[in-house]
Ligand binder design. Structure first.
Ligand code: KG4
Ligand code: ZN
Length: 334
């Protein structure tokens, strides 16, 4: 196959992003317009507000990306888009924009699962080799995925309730930190001590996770202390919460690597930006001779570059959509 330039779209939550990626690995240009400051006012993403902003921004972001790349649509070989899972109104804007350009310029349309995108962000760092285990940790997902080969996904475990990022965001709210809570809790955890007694969530033999119990424990502890007139040591609570999260994520990930006889690990999703998780996995992988890839921060949170990277491998596997492609709020990774 000659080299392939993919124009990719990501609009599943509160980032409007367009990127041009060459051959699944080379980032030519990316534009990410985040709505964080708008949703901060509400303490979380308001779906209707998010889709309205995607509509307002999408054409501007497309134009800016092409300008940044010094390219026109003639230089583009295929169009890719996140079709799910995510907020339906937000997804629809990206899907509609991608379908319109695909139709107008006669370019193949490649549908990309949002989590496949997060996983392939790693291919922008270095060529992914297989088999591998992917730990996907974001605001909507906490999954362990076994990949025997390129673009083959076997989910071996996932959260039974809250996603890990969701738990971070709720804990942050309880201790009075702004949205999105993950980075703020992470920062605070680094200056705190692990002094609060919190339960290790779902510490069993499965590859599943559960974060709602831990989240509730933090909420209850905070309420009880407030009622007693005691001050919460926010940094210590953040540190105790983060340590329990990192422990269980690391433990089950290392178990998967061992039991699947795999010596490659990639970490994906917004929570992959977590300093505590990064440091612990780096240490464990070093001790166990596991090759670890964690994307730099800009590829951890939602962006279209990761969608363009995944799309190249989907395209090579013949995964092309017709113009009746629809957005899906929920969708299994396959
Ligand atoms: O992947 P992402 O941008 O969006 C989803 O697909 O969900 O992930 C966003 C999530 C939010 O819950 C945010 O709080 C969390 O990732 N996050 C973090 C950190 N940075 C972002 N969680 C923990 N530590 C961080 N440093
Ligand atoms: Zn995401």
């Amino acid at each position: 196959m000659d080299s392939v330039n993919i124009l990719a779209f990501e609009s599943s939550c509160d980032e409007t992003s367009v990127s041009i990626i060459k051959d699944g690995k080379e980032e030519i240009a990316t534009v990410v317009l985040t709505q964080i400051d708008i949703h901060k006012l509400f303490g979380g993403v308001v779906p209707e507000v998010a889709s309205r902003h995607h509509i307002e921004n999408i054409t501007i972001v497309i134009e800016e990306c092409l300008n940044k790349a010094h390219m026109t649509m003639n230089d583009i070989d295929a169009i890719a888009v996140t079709y799910g899972p995510g907020l339906i109104g937000s997804l629809l804007i990206g899907v509609q924009a991608a379908k319109t350009l695909s139709y107008l310029f006669h370019k193949p349309l490649i549908p990309v699962h949002h989590i496949a995108g997060h996983i392939y962000a790693n291919n922008l760092v270095e060529e992914m080799k297989f088999p591998l285990i992917a730990l996907v940790v974001s605001g909507g997902h906490t999954e362990l995925v076994y990949m025997k080969d390129n673009y083959s996904f076997e989910k071996i475990g996932g959260t039974l309730d809250d996603a890990v990022g969701e738990a971070y965001d709720k804990v942050a709210r309880v201790i009075g930190l702004p949205y999105p809570g993950g980075p703020a809790v992470d920062k605070l955890a680094h200056v705190g001590k692990d002094t609060y007694s919190l339960p290790v969530p779902l510490d069993d033999d499965t590859y599943h996770f559960s974060f709602s119990g831990l989240k509730s424990a933090v909420i209850n502890l905070s309420h009880n202390e407030t009622q007693r007139g005691n001050e919460i040591r926010k940094e210590d609570l953040a540190c105790s919460f983060q340590n329990r999260v990192v422990e269980i994520l690391s433990k089950k990930t290392m178990k998967a690597l061992k039991e699947y006889h795999v010596d490659r690990l990639i970490v994906a999703g917004g929570v992959a930006a977590n300093q505590g998780l990064r440091e612990n996995l780096q240490k464990l992988c070093h001790e166990n001779n596991i090759h670890l890839i964690i994307p730099p921060m800009k590829y951890c949170t939602d962006n279209a570059a990761m969608i363009g990277a995944a799309a190249y491998f989907a395209y090579k596997k013949g995964r092309i959509a017709t113009l009746d492609l629809n957005a899906k709020a929920t969708e299994e990774l396959k």
